[in-house]
Design a protein around this ligand. Structure first.
Ligand SMILES: *Cc1c(COP(=O)(O)O)cnc(C)c1O
Length: 458
């Protein structure tokens, strides 16, 4: 497929804008371009076809199941999109006089109230633009708090090895040192190791729950207790809140700070580069350290409005079925596959992790081969080679929005692939056979990445 720049013809174009009906303003010379920017020149019909073709070549929940563990690629109700598109929401500007945006700020407050109710927190900042951005904000809240208490020696964050990869990264970005806490054989936090690591230099704990094996930390009150006793604070990675929504609240488990991913749990699409929203919730005693309106004014406001529409739809009563179905769907799929595939830890919450290590050993078929074969069935891959603590990992999250029929089909496909691994491993090793792109050269892509378009016509 040609790039849009390759379809460009000088002088061709589209004139979408009407003639200006406001006085022209002449810009100062020093900020006027001397050369035109290099933009593709293309007729509207060709532009439309270009993006349509791109859309047809890509895959999304609009096309089929995307069981990407941790990422929560679920169906987002169209009505929430429509609500966020209301002109009263789309036509505001962050620098507008405050009295003209009262309605929007009231809507934000309503969302904060819902998120406080779902998480058991006292306050919520809607500023962070992603989950990992919320983590960074949370870490800086912790840092500010300890500094104010005169406890600057608290420079270490305890991170279980089953945490999401962004957790240690965010803590490091905030200037903390990371102490790795190992898991037990059952995939849960090793309490003895946690006790041994917690001390006067502990700033806090970052816990992903359910963890990246899809397991709920059973000793969660004990975990937060150990950290608090040592004088640290407890951070809850709530990106995957759909696993516990309406059933349990981080605030009740003893957590001081939590972040959520509105672009996972709360009806904004996830992927494609955003925009996202990763609100950070906090207990009252941390209110002074929370981000103020510094950069993004109101945060990613339209993502917030989608989340509000979703919260208003499910309300308090509808939240629990979200968690029930997220967990039920994952357990159902896991159960239907566990006689052949090796599972890492159970019972799972909203996601489960398959280890293909045995298939690799017995027939040379890797997690990657399985994933490539799924593409031939118009099914997106689970997350693969994550979490790092499981060999040949495939991490699957069917999500709460999929039907029994869709899950049954996915199970059938995964069982077929398992059989093929034993009877015709070569077929899997050369999959996919029907997609527009087969197996890109991943080694070349890693060692010699082509990251920018060179205009070949010059
Ligand atoms: C997705 C995810 C994150 C990071 O969220 P981004 O918006 O991608 O930065 C953090 N933790 C967990 C558990 C996640 O699933």
């Amino acid at each position: 497929m040609e790039l849009i720049f390759e379809k460009s013809h000088t002088g061709r174009g589209l004139s979408l804008l009407p003639a200006s009906d406001v006085p022209e303003y002449v810009l100062p010379d020093e900020i006027i371009r001397t050369e035109n920017p290099r933009l593709p020149e293309i007729a509207e019909v060709d532009l439309m076809r270009h993006y349509q073709e791109l859309a047809e070549r890509s895959f999304s929940p609009a096309k089929g199941l995307c069981p990407m563990g941790s990422c929560t690629m679920k169906y987002n109700p169209q009505v929430d999109e429509l609500a966020a598109e209301l002109p009263g929401f789309t036509q505001i500007h962050p620098l507008q006089p405050k009295h003209t945006t009262e309605g929007c700020r009231e809507a934000e407050q309503l969302l904060r109230d819902y998120l406080c109710a779902y998480t058991g927190m006292d306050g919520i900042s809607l500023q962070p633009a992603a989950g990992s951005h919320g983590e960074l904000a949370g870490m800086l809240i912790m840092k500010g708090y300890h500094a104010d208490c005169g406890e600057l020696q608290r420079d270490k964050i305890l991170v279980p090895d089953s945490a999401h990869g962004t957790n240690p990264a965010s803590a490091a970005m905030a200037g903390f040192r990371i102490i790795n806490i190992p898991s037990t054989g059952k995939g849960l936090v090793d309490l003895d190791a946690l006790r041994a690591a917690a001390g006067e230099d502990t700033a806090g704990l970052m816990l992903t729950n359910p963890n990246t094996l899809g397991l709920f930390e059973r000793d969660i009150r004990e975990i937060t207790g150990i950290v608090h006793e040592a004088g640290g604070l407890c951070y809850y990675d709530g990106a995957n809140l759909n696993a516990i929504l309406g059933a349990a609240r981080p605030g009740d488990m003893g957590f001081d700070i939590v972040h959520l991913n509105l672009h996972k749990t709360f009806a904004a699409p996830h992927g494609g580069g955003g925009p996202g929203s990763g609100p950070v919730g906090f207990k009252e005693f941390l209110a002074d350290y929370v981000p103020k309106h510094l950069t993004a004014f109101y945060g990613n406001f339209l993502v917030e409005m989608k989340a509000l529409a979703y919260a208003l739809t499910i309300g308090g009563d509808g939240a629990y079925p979200v968690a029930v179905n997220a967990v039920l769907n994952a357990r159902y799929m896991m159960q239907q596959l566990s006689d052949i595939y090796v599972m890492a830890g159970e019972p799972c919450m909203h996601e489960f992790v398959i280890s293909a290590a045995n298939l690799k050993e017995e027939c040379g078929v890797t997690a990657k081969d399985i994933v490539k074969a799924l593409f031939d069935h118009r099914m997106h891959a689970p997350n693969m080679y994550f979490p790092l603590i499981v060999e040949e990992a495939l991490m699957a999250e069917p999500s709460e929005t999929e039907s029994r029929e869709t899950l049954d089909r996915a199970v059938r496909i995964l069982r077929e692939i398992y059989d093929l691994a034993r009877t015709d491993p070569e077929y899997l090793k050369t999959a996919p056979h029907t997609t527009p792109v087969g197996r890109p050269d991943e080694v070349q892509a890693a060692v010699k990445p082509v990251l920018k378009y060179e205009n070949r016509r010059d």
